[in-house]
Design a protein around this ligand. Structure first.
Ligand SMILES: [Zn+2]
Length: 330
């Protein structure tokens, strides 16, 4: 706006640190003026060129776009105690988004297909969200358009966003704020969901770690209205530490996902063995809560699901063969 008011016919913004810049002009930008960005090196060259004549041509779209949430739910199960499982289906414009978030979307799609064999005690509702990357648009719309009645029937929400990072850590959303980092604890019941995922990794004899329950993905709108939530994450732009490499392998000093929000977020950007572990975790938690949400909201379920607070037993016994070995009540 300053440049426009000063009579500029175009604006080049350059980075003040090395590398490319990826900013936005924000929702409120309405001026009819081309704006682009360059690296600090190019910017300094331009700024240092006397009598510079710069031709600027931009090709942009600005307007209202349509996006969709895809929802599917089990025919069976208690409609007054709904278990929701979600992942965002969109990617950023820069890349195909296979890790972020094809990984979460494909996982819940597979679990939904396998759930066709199950008669759930609770209604299970799967959601593939649109426009997460544009600030949680799809999930926010969904939650904000629930009636108070519909909202009160949702027992809990599980979120899966980036669960197969190439330089992974097995992160669980820190629902009980035991790490005392960043945001506080989630709504009552979120701590129990975190314990369910902890129990899964314990059964697999795999290490896990909390990650701040910041509301940065589609569970944000759910916890904002008090719905207990939880989920998994294998890391994005954060840097892996030497301590983490000791536990999970990989490369210290490198991003958990070096292709985060980039064109290289392709199929090759998935750590298939970490992903395999986590797809089973999605199945484990979904099936458990499909049968009983007692630990989260006190509503009695059915099936032979022992408490996870004691000695681990039946569910997902420690072999690694995946979905078909999960307990199926009835
Ligand atoms: Zn994502």
């Amino acid at each position: 706006t300053n440049a426009y008011n000063a009579g500029a016919s175009g604006v080049v913004i350059y980075n003040n640190v090395p590398g490319a810049i990826s900013g936005t002009l924000g929702n409120g930008f309405t001026l009819d003026i081309p704006v682009t960005s360059v690296t600090d090196t190019v910017g300094q060259q331009l700024a240092a060129t006397a009598d510079l004549v710069l031709r600027l041509k931009t090709d942009t779209f600005r307007g209202i776009a349509t996006t969709y949430n895809v929802l599917a739910e089990s025919r069976r199960g208690n409609p007054n105690n709904v278990v929701m499982v979600g992942a965002h289906l969109d990617s950023v414009n820069a890349g195909p988004g296979i890790q972020d978030n094809g990984s979460g979307s494909a996982a819940i799609l597979e679990v939904a297909e396998q759930m066709a064999k199950v008669k759930p005690r609770n209604k299970v509702r799967f959601a593939l969200w649109g426009a997460e990357e544009a600030n949680l648009v799809g999930s926010t719309y969904y939650v904000n358009n629930l009636s108070a009645d519909e909202r009160s029937r949702i027992a809990l929400y599980l979120n899966f966003d980036m669960i197969g990072s190439p330089n992974h850590v097995f992160f669980i959303y820190d629902g009980d704020d035991s790490d005392a980092e960043g945001a506080g604890p989630g709504p009552a019941g979120s701590a129990e969901i975190e314990k369910t995922f902890e129990a899964y990794y314990d059964l697999k004899h795999l290490p896990f770690k909390g990650t701040d329950f910041s509301g940065r993905s589609d569970y944000g709108p759910f916890i904002a209205v008090g719905i207990p939530s939880g989920g998994l994450f294998t890391g994005a732009e954060g840097i892996k530490t030497a301590d983490e490499v000791a536990l999970w392998g990989g490369t210290a000093g490198q991003q958990y996902d070096p292709c985060y929000h980039l064109a290289c977020d392709t199929y090759d950007n998935i750590n298939l063995s970490a992903y395999d572990v986590n797809v089973d975790a999605v199945a484990f938690a979904t099936l458990r809560y499909a049968m009983s949400t007692k630990d989260v909201n006190g509503i009695k379920g059915k099936g032979n699901f022992p408490s996870l607070n004691g000695v681990p037993s039946t569910p997902g016994s420690a072999n690694d063969s995946g979905l078909h070995d999960e307990p199926v009540a009835e």
